[in-house]
Design a protein around this ligand. Structure first.
Ligand SMILES: Cc1cc2nc3c(=O)[nH]c(=O)nc-3n(C[C@H](O)[C@H](O)[C@H](O)COP(=O)(O)OP(=O)(O)OC[C@H]3O[C@@H](n4cnc5c(N)ncnc54)[C@H](O)[C@@H]3O)c2cc1C
Ligand code: FES
Length: 254
């Protein structure tokens, strides 16, 4: 479904991150994403940080297109395609621990709303923490981790996850963030005997399963993911190792 939507509201989340609200009647579930375009920019994928009739995207300005989105004001029009992809598979009786790293917090926020589960929000410093107030509306426990120790736990998301799992029992971790964080989240879940669902990012053009540019070990991240189960990710050789750029060239993570 393609919609031309008016921006209804803009919230500054951090010095480089803004949330844009718009109305889109199409049903969406936590972890799904949309393809967003406006004149003068490429179409880019964005997770839905709100999935009701009023939806939102939370955009970190890192390059040309995300900066173009940041220049928009209330009343401006965006073209939005979607929602696309498979989100988090949420079951009522499972004990989830939710982890958002950086702007990846946008993808997990609707799952925090739906489950009220304990949540870790990780950021480089106190200036980079996003969506904490909204997470606190839905979850009793929202823990912050910062790399530089300027707020909350001094360390990364996975170190805090290991601490919290030593204090309390969980069945499954839901996480979105930089791939290095997801890589070590998977390792922690393997060590702790926990299930997990991780939301992955790859370069996307069509967003709908047609072009093949987001393929990872035979799986289309846009259509079969972006959220994958632990057993799916354990079979992916590219996970944590390499991705493809906009021309299809392989780029190594390390
Ligand atoms: C499923 C999914 C959900 C995402 N959700 C969010 C979100 O909620 N908030 C957010 O701020 N960002 C999100 N992103 C990342 C966002 O799409 C990129 O940051 C954005 O496209 C960068 O564009 P740019 O021109 O500003 O930066 P550039 O300088 O062009 O690129 C910066 C980085 O973004 C990657 N990128 C560029 N274009 C694309 C593309 N079409 N598809 C995938 N990656 C691309 C590049 O490979 C590069 O690593 C998501 C990406 C995916 C795949
Ligand atoms: S972006 Fe085209 S198949 Fe995934």
């Amino acid at each position: 479904m393609t919609d031309f939507v008016k921006i209804l509201g803009i919230t500054d989340e951090a010095y480089d991150t803004k949330t844009f609200e718009f109305q889109m009647d199409e049903k969406a579930s936590p972890g799904q994403f949309v393809m967003v375009w406006a004149p003068g920019m490429h179409e880019i994928p964005m997770s839905l940080s709100k999935t009701g009739r009023i939806k939102s995207i939370t955009v970190k300005a890192i390059g040309e297109d995300t900066k173009a989105l940041h220049s928009k004001t209330v009343g401006d029009v965006l073209r939005v395609r979607g929602p696309y992809g498979r989100g988090y598979a949420l079951e009522p009786d499972r004990r989830y621990l939710i982890v958002g790293g950086g702007v990846g917090t946008a993808s997990v926020l609707p799952a925090v709303k739906e489950t009220g589960a304990d949540t870790i929000i990780a950021a480089r410093s106190d200036k980079d923490i996003i969506l904490r107030d909204r997470a606190m509306k839905y979850a009793d426990n929202v823990w912050i981790a910062t790399d530089d120790g300027s707020e909350g736990f001094h360390g990364n998301a996975v170190q805090l996850l290991r601490e919290k799992c030593a204090e309390k029992e969980y069945d499954c971790v839901l996480a979105c963030g930089p791939e290095v964080m997801l890589y070590f989240t998977l390792k922690a879940c393997q060590d702790l005997g926990l299930d997990c669902q991780l939301s992955l990012e790859r370069f996307m053009k069509c967003g709908a399963g047609a072009c093949g540019c987001c393929v990872m070990d035979g799986q289309r991240v846009c259509r079969d993911g972006p959220v994958f189960s632990r057993s799916q990710i354990e079979k992916m050789k590219d996970f944590g190792n390499s991705r493809r750029d906009e021309c299809g060239r392989i780029v190594k993570f390390r």
